[in-house]
Every structure is written in C-alpha cells, then in structure tokens.
Design a protein around this ligand. Structure first.
Ligand code: PEP
Ligand code: MG
Length: 584
C-alpha cells in the first residue's frame, strides 16, 4: 500500500528510485580534565583536527566548483569560513586553557553558547545558520575522535544512480559527495527550507524534501520511492497510477529544462525585437555568482538588512568589506545596494527601537528610509560604506519606501555630507554614483514625474506596493486571496508608473517577486516594463517567456481588457494575454 509522507519542498524536481537508509555514527562527547602542562598539546590536537576538517571541506568545495559551478562551491566555503571564526576557533582554545578540559568538551561548550545566540534572532534565515554551526562542529569532533571514520559515507555504495538517500540530516559536504556518486534524490528528517543543504540541493539540481519526520523509521531499505520536490511529498511503494503520472512529469520536466538551456546564450529580446534587461536580486555569495553564471546584467536589488540582524548595527568597515566583496564578485557588473529597510515585517532584535515611538501599525510607521532619516548617524555610516565600495566597481544606491520628494532631497544632502567626510579622510569613492528610489507607496507611484528630476533610476517594489494598494498585509495568510497583481486598480497603477517613467526618461525596473514569476512576465511586458530584477534561479524561465512574446499583441489584448468591463465567466487576464500570442 502506498505511504505518503510530507516535508518541506526545497529543491524542485521529481526522483524515482530505490531507498537507501544512511546511518551516521553518533560520536559520544566525553568530558575529562587535563593537566596545565598538557594544555599546549591539547590545543595542538584541536588545531590539527580543525585543519583536517578544513582540508576535507576545501577539497569537496573545489570538486563541487569544478562539477557544478562557483555558486555551489561557495556554499561549502561558508562552512570553511565558520571553522576559522573566532567564536569557534579562539574561544574553544581559550576554554581549553582556562577550564583545563579536553578539546571535544571545550568545543561542545562553545557550540551551546553560539546556538543560544542564534536562537534569540528574529530572522528565520539567520536562525537557521545555527544548524550550519552544529554541522561544522560535528565535523571537527569527528576528526578529534579515534572511532570516527575518515571516509565520509563509507557505508554508502559508490554508485547511487536511481537511489534516494534517506538520512537524519546531511551536511553540504556530504550532499556534495552523494552528488558525485550520482544520487537521484534526498530525504532528510531534519533541516528547513533555509538550510545550506537545501540551497545546495537546489543549486546542484538534486530533488529534495527535508524535514520529513520519522522518515528513517517509516521508510524501508530498498523499497520504491517517488519524491516530488515541488510539493514536498514522498510516496513509498507507489501504485501504478502514481508511478505513471510521475514518469510523465519527469519527461515533461526534462523537455522544459532543455528548452531553458536553449535560451541561455540568446539575446534577451521579445519576438518584435524589444530588448529587455534582466537583473538579479541577491546578497549571498552563491546568489551573486549564480547571477553572473546565468548572464544577468547586474544585481538590481542587494538587500542589506542581513547585516543588521546579527546582534548590532555593523560599523563602516564591516559594511565596506561586505559590499566590496560583492562588487568584486560581479566582475564589473553593477551592484545596486539598497539602504537599510528595517521595520514592519522586517523586524530586528538588535537595533534598539525602544527609544523610538512605537507604531500602532508598523507597516505604516517608522520603517526603511523614514527610520534612516530619523537616525542619521546610522544612515550616514551606511552611505559612507556604500560610497567607498563604489571606488572598487560600479555601485548604485537605492532608497526604499520613498513617500515624498522631500525625503530624496534629505538623502541627497546626507550623501553630500558623507562625501565631504570621505574627502577629509582622503578616501576614494565614485563621485558619479547613481541614486535610485523604490516605488512602493501608492502616492509615490502616482507622482513619478515629481520624483524623476531628483533620481537617476527607479525600482518598483511590488511586494510592498501591492500590500499598500490593496490594503492586504503581504504576510497575512487570511487576506492572501486579495493580494493580486491582476486587480484592475493595480494593473492601472503599474501602467501609470511605467508610462510616466518613460515620459520622464528615467529607467524603471521591477524588483518584487512578480518580476521572477513567469506567469506575470507577459503582463509586465504589456504594461511597458523593460527591466526585471529577480532571484537568479528564475532568470532563464523569465527570459524564455520574453523570447516567446510579441509585445504589441499582448498590449492590444491588455488595452481591450482594461476598456471592456469583465463579465462573469470571462477568462482571467493572464490567460487572455497568453491567448493573444496564438491568435495573431
Ligand atoms: C518589494 O517590496 O517588492 C521589495 C523588493 O522589497 P522587500 O521585499 O525587501 O520589502
Ligand atoms: Mg519592499
């Protein structure tokens, strides 16, 4: 009888094969005392375990980079970097020295302290980094242990074609090894959608479902398994109908992937010859590298909130280093750094909001540029860091949540002050760095001609614009049915933005989620959008729709839809636009 289990859908794709249950040897961590005279020897033992772990990870990262590209290798490099983090490395050594205990125990004590810090974070992505720390520490502990094998997964066959590995959890390094052995799919009991193993599975194209509770006990060795990485479901011992359905899905997916590859190297233009620019959204190293690999024109949205969620506001040097690394990774493509957008759904523990008046409705309160203009020291630190990064390559600065032109004028005057401070310090920057504004507030959307003379480019944040235009909170499931790009009011609002920007001759992009959703590509083109910014994983899909769209036909269908009142039973707008491509 078929058994269906559910988990988190993290890496799309279908896998069909036989199960292999992977067991991991748990390492017992004992505590014992050492003599003061043995401290140096114990620290040396600890260092050589860290070095061995580093060598193993570097080796895997190099192999993954060669087989799957720099963005995949980068994920494993984050674990290498954690190994040398002072909170792990130096603090453990200090613990050995002061507590006179063995290295395994010192490392374990340090791990618990770090995990307590991660658990107190508001941000789900940052919180899930705690799992990475556990994995890195366990690798070092395995190197310290006499029992643990040096060869990871020696109990797993060398060839894993048509095999789905079922594990309690996996590290990115282990997943990379499974990939080399040809694994068809993976199921883990632990791990969430933000885990590095989930991100790597996606990069490597391995169908995966994580967080399937009791998978190791409910699934049997060698039984047939169907894994649906889009829905986050696995079917053990599936019946004929399920098997046939998924074989068909596999054939369709393979055809779709081939068609995406076919557009990778062609120019990005519509059937009627309009050239469209595709940027990516991203801030993690692997996202930046993936954007370059997919041929993006640059990064259209580099969110900076992650820097502020780590315990305190980052200083200028820390920011500079982060931005500069991103600039260098892009190899000459522009990096659009968005200034701090905290508040509303992007909450923070570390920055002390207690001194600021509390908002009854934070989404309409002191968030993003409003907060920055209140705390100008915080803001100018960021502006200086962005300016200094612009000395290393093309950087554009983007201001979120603009409401009034007065805010742009204030930002410009703070930028002037920041430049003067850098001049005094004799620190270089690009004097022509472009300044852009995000259009997310409906009133700003209706005043593009007033903003245009003060800004160099615009980027429409549809995630927020829709929530404000429709009065439907973007994170409230209960009103999700109202949050709709096809609402005639939203369609008209967007058309007004693009046509006003065109008249004012100011470039405009969309960087909200809809820009990376291929269902909306044709609608955005018909509305007049010519620059899209999206997650790199979506770039080829959107590009494919662009190359298959005749914009004047789509625009004619849209104009007709806007002018004729819709009747019950009429086709939805998106379907009308798709049909417009066939009937002409
Ligand atoms: C948006 O609002 O569309 C946007 C891109 O910004 P964020 O999602 O970070 O608010
Ligand atoms: Mg926004």
């Amino acid at each position: 009888m078929t058994l269906a289990l559910t988990g988190h859908a993290v890496a799309r794709g279908i896998a069909i094969g036989r199960t292999h249950l992977s067991e991991r040897n748990e390492i017992e961590i004992d505590e014992y005392r050492i003599d003061a005279a043995e401290v140096d020897k114990e620290i040396a033992r600890y260092r050589s375990a860290v070095d061995a772990a580093g060598m193993q990870l570097n080796d895997v990262a190099d192999r993954v980079t060669r087989s799957a590209g720099a963005s995949a290798g980068e994920i494993i490099h984050t674990h290498v970097m954690m190994l040398s983090d002072s909170k792990i490395r130096e603090a453990t050594e200090k613990h050995i020295r002061t507590e006179l205990c063995n290295a395994e125990w010192a490392l374990q004590s340090q791990l618990e302290k770090i995990l307590a810090e991660f658990r107190s974070m508001d941000d789900e992505y940052i919180r899930s980094r705690g799992d990475d720390v556990i994995q890195v520490v366990q690798l070092v502990q395995s190197k310290l242990s006499d029992e643990a094998s040096d060869k990871p997964f020696e109990n797993i066959p060398d060839r894993l074609a048509e095999t789905l590995v079922i594990a309690t959890e996996l590290t990115p390094g282990e997943l990379a090894i499974l990939h080399e052995r040809g694994v068809a799919g993976i199921v883990t009991e632990h791990g969430g959608p933000n885990s590095h193993v989930a991100i790597l599975a996606s990069s490597l194209g391995i169908p995966a479902v994580v967080g399937v509770r009791l998978a190791q006990s409910l699934l049997k060795e060698g039984e047939t398994l169907v894994l649906d990485g889009r829905l986050g479901v696995v079917y053990a011992d599936p019946d004929e109908a399920i098997l046939e359905h998924y074989h068909q899905v596999q054939r369709d997916t393979a055809r779709f992937k081939r068609s995406l590859e076919a557009v990778r190297d062609v120019p990005c233009s519509s059937i009627d010859g309009v050239s469209i620019t595709l940027y990516c959204n991203g801030e993690r190293n692997e996202e930046l590298l993936q954007s370059v690999e997919h041929g993006a024109a640059g990064i259209g949205l580099y969110r900076t909130e992650f820097l502020y969620l780590r315990g305190m506001a980052p200083d200028e040097e820390t920011q500079l280093e982060t931005y500069r690394t991103a600039v260098e990774m892009l190899g000459g493509l522009p990096l659009t750094i968005r200034t701090l957008d905290l508040g509303a759904d992007k909450t923070t523990g570390p920055i002390d909001f207690s001194q600021l008046p509390r908002s009854v409705n934070p989404a309409l309160g002191l968030r993003a540029v409003r907060l920055c203009l209140r705390d100008t020291d915080l803001f100018k630190t960021q502006l200086r860091a962005i300016l200094r990064a612009s000395a290393s390559g093309p950087v554009r600065c983007l201001i979120p949540m603009l409401t009034s032109v007065r805010e742009v004028i204030l930002v410009r005057s703070l930028l002037r002050e920041a430049r003067e401070e850098l001049d005094q310090r004799k620190q270089p920057y690009d004097p022509d760095m472009l300044l852009g504004g995000m259009i997310e507030v409906p009133a700003a959307a209706l005043a593009i001609e007033d903003f245009a003379p003060h800004l160099d480019f615009l980027s429409v944040g549809t995630n927020d614009l829709l929530q404000y235009a429709l009065a439907a909170d973007r994170v409230d499931e209960q009103v999700a049915h109202l949050y709709d790009l096809q609402h005639p009011g939203v369609v008209r609002l967007l058309r007004q933005i693009f046509s006003a920007a065109d008249k004012a001759r100011i470039p405009v992009a969309v960087c909200g989620e809809v820009a990376g959703d291929r269902r909306y590509t044709r609608l955005l083109l018909a509305l007049g959008l010519r620059e899209f910014s999206m997650h790199p994983a979506r770039l080829l899909e959107v590009k494919q729709v662009i190359t298959e769209t005749h914009i004047p036909h789509a625009r004619a269908a849209l104009t007709h839809w806007l002018n004729e009142p819709a009747w019950p039973g009429d086709l939805p707008l998106l379907q009308i636009l798709d049909r417009s491509q066939q009937t002409h």
